[in-house]
Write a protein that binds this ligand. Structure first.
Ligand SMILES: Nc1ncnc2c1ncn2[C@@H]1O[C@H](COP(=O)(O)OP(=O)(O)OP(=O)(O)O)[C@@H](O)[C@H]1O
Ligand SMILES: [Mg+2]
Length: 502
């Protein structure tokens, strides 16, 4: 293929890249960046891009862009046939253009928008089994030299290496996504949730779950609304010896007092006017399995004594009967309320509380587990993408930033809803911050609609502005005051007056 002597430096680089490609890498982007860097160095390019084709949209996307304007360039994409790269994609042939100004195929818009002047382009297709899957472009040669035939040949070799890398990464990703999808489906079909979370805080709780699951002790799960308390209850059950038996869920707040008792313990025929037959309660249905008592703090006082006895002796009577029923049940309870306060105020029996609280499990709020935010967001994105069949490629960098800096008062549930909404709203390939309609940004939008007094709107704006500044400065008040150019004491007063909390 090559005429004349082979440049030893180029040959070395090629071998290096081969080693890299065949090594055990996990990040295809890093590898692609290395390939593009080497290619740019060897062709003496000033800037360069690696574009990948998306078959669904039939467009080329700037996957990696090097050079001073690289970061800006990455926002753009090209249609088939658009610009030099689009031409290469359409014709599956490489192209050397040493004077772009006189070439009608050149598309100057991107350069104009980001402020970069292109004079020469060397562009080659990336091929997998003769099909063009992307394009590598080298822009301008240092010292104003022309690109030559030799550069084109070398770049083609590089481009094929890059294509190979992408193919490997794509089949790996496809297999991984498929496994996740199948696991999710199996778990969902069994009536459970797929548990996502690799943050240290959650891993620590899962270690505890693994140990607790082996016992039959009662567990009390505590944490804010939407943190995943029910999913932890599922994990305890699924990791216990009772996993093949039912997990029966009862929401203690969902039923009126009169119905709840018969729901939990069952009744015999004639126990009350509507009791035309005997009925088994949730405790009996959970026999040999686990019962999950959700929102336990809402359990009416009148039922608490009976509950205490079940926990102590696993024995109760059905409504309208005096025959004791004994069950073998593991009890898990949860609440997002301050149950100790309920005990203090007399709304919750202290003896019941101590019985339930043998093993407390505190679930940390989502805002304190940054790793989980991204992992959960990606998980929900895949799920909703599948459900809606939209060709969304991911979150834009700005959108990720928004997700990570938001305080998530509604925790995982709110994140799940936000991603679902974003997938529906999203009109482009990447989810943008504006697709993620979050409360913080909402409140500013509300202020604009003029439904409030000026003072209310100004306070809302102040709160938003200060909370943002505090977040970016890690809640360090001295730093934040400096950035906002106000006295620290004034900032401290504003935080109090505007009721800003971490
Ligand atoms: N670790 C997780 N992995 C995957 N999904 C999760 C996780 N935690 C929570 N979710 C999602 O968030 C939703 C809310 O979780 P869950 O119902 O367990 O919250 P909760 O703590 O019980 O809240 P509440 O106090 O309001 O009842 C779940 O339906 C699930 O879809
Ligand atoms: Mg719940």
């Amino acid at each position: 293929m090559f005429k004349g002597p082979i440049d030893p430096q180029k040959f070395e680089t090629l071998i290096e890249l081969n080693v890299l490609i065949n090594s055990d890498y996990s990040e295809p982007r890093t590898l692609l960046t290395r390939i593009l860097e080497s290619a740019t160095r060897l062709t003496e390019g000033e800037a360069s891009s690696l574009l990948l084709a998306n078959k669904e949209t039939d467009r080329l996307y700037f996957e990696i862009a090097l050079g001073t304007k690289g970061a800006d360039v990455q926002k753009f994409s090209l249609a088939r046939g658009e610009g030099i790269a689009g031409w290469v994609y359409e014709h599956n042939r490489s192209l050397v253009v040493n004077d772009v100004a006189s070439d009608p195929r050149f598309f100057g818009e991107i350069g104009k928008k980001v402020g970069f002047t292109t004079s020469r382009i060397l562009a080659v297709p990336m091929r997998i089994r003769d099909e063009c899957v992307g394009v590598i472009e080298i822009i301008n040669r240092v010292n104003g030299k022309d690109f030559v035939e030799d550069d084109r040949q070398w770049l083609e070799v590089f481009a094929n290496q890059a294509a190979l890398t992408i193919q490997n990464a794509r089949s790996f990703e496809k297999a991984r996504d498929e496994i996740i999808r199948l696991q999710d489906q199996i778990v969902t079909d069994r009536g459970y949730h797929t548990f996502v979370g690799s943050s240290p805080a959650i891993q620590e709780k899962l270690d505890l779950v693994a140990r607790v699951a082996k016992t039959d002790s009662s567990v009390l799960i505590l944490g804010e609304s939407g943190v995943g308390k029910e999913l932890f209850a599922e994990q305890i059950h699924l990791q216990s010896r009772r996993a093949d038996q039912p997990l029966i869920r009862v929401n203690c707040a969902a039923l009126p007092e009169s119905l709840l008792e018969s729901e939990l313990f069952g009744h015999v025929k004639g126990a009350f006017t509507d009791a035309s037959t005997d009925r088994r309660g949730r405790f009996e249905l959970a026999d040999r399995g686990t019962i999950f008592l959700d929102e336990i703090a809402e359990l009416p006082l009148s039922i608490q004594a009976k509950m205490l006895r079940v926990i102590q002796q696993r024995t109760f009577e059905k409504l309208g009967s005096s025959d004791p029923v004994t069950v073998d049940v593991r009890i898990i309870a949860a609440t997002n309320r301050d149950i100790e306060q309920a005990v203090a105020s007399g709304a919750f029996r202290s003896d019941l509380y101590y019985r339930l609280n043998v093993l407390p499990l505190h679930i940390p709020p989502l805002r304190t587990r940054q790793e989980d935010i991204m992992e959960l967001a990606q998980f929900f994105l895949q799920r909703f993408k599948r459900e809606t069949n939209k060709p969304i490629r991911g979150f834009s960098d700005d959108a990720m930033e928004t997700l990570l800096s938001y305080s998530w008062p509604g925790n995982v549930r709110e994140l799940e809803n936000a991603v679902e909404r974003a997938v529906v709203i999203c009109q482009t390939d990447y989810i943008a911050p504006s697709d993620l309609v979050l409360k913080d940004t909402d409140s500013i939008a509300d202020a604009r609609t003029g439904d409030r007094t000026l003072k209310e709107s100004v306070n809302m704006f102040k709160r938003h502005c200060i909370a943002n500044a505090l977040r970016t400065n890690g809640w360090n008040q001295t730093e934040t005051a400096k950035k906002l150019d106000i006295q620290r004491t004034y900032l401290s007063r504003l935080i109090k007056d505007l009721d800003i909390t971490k």
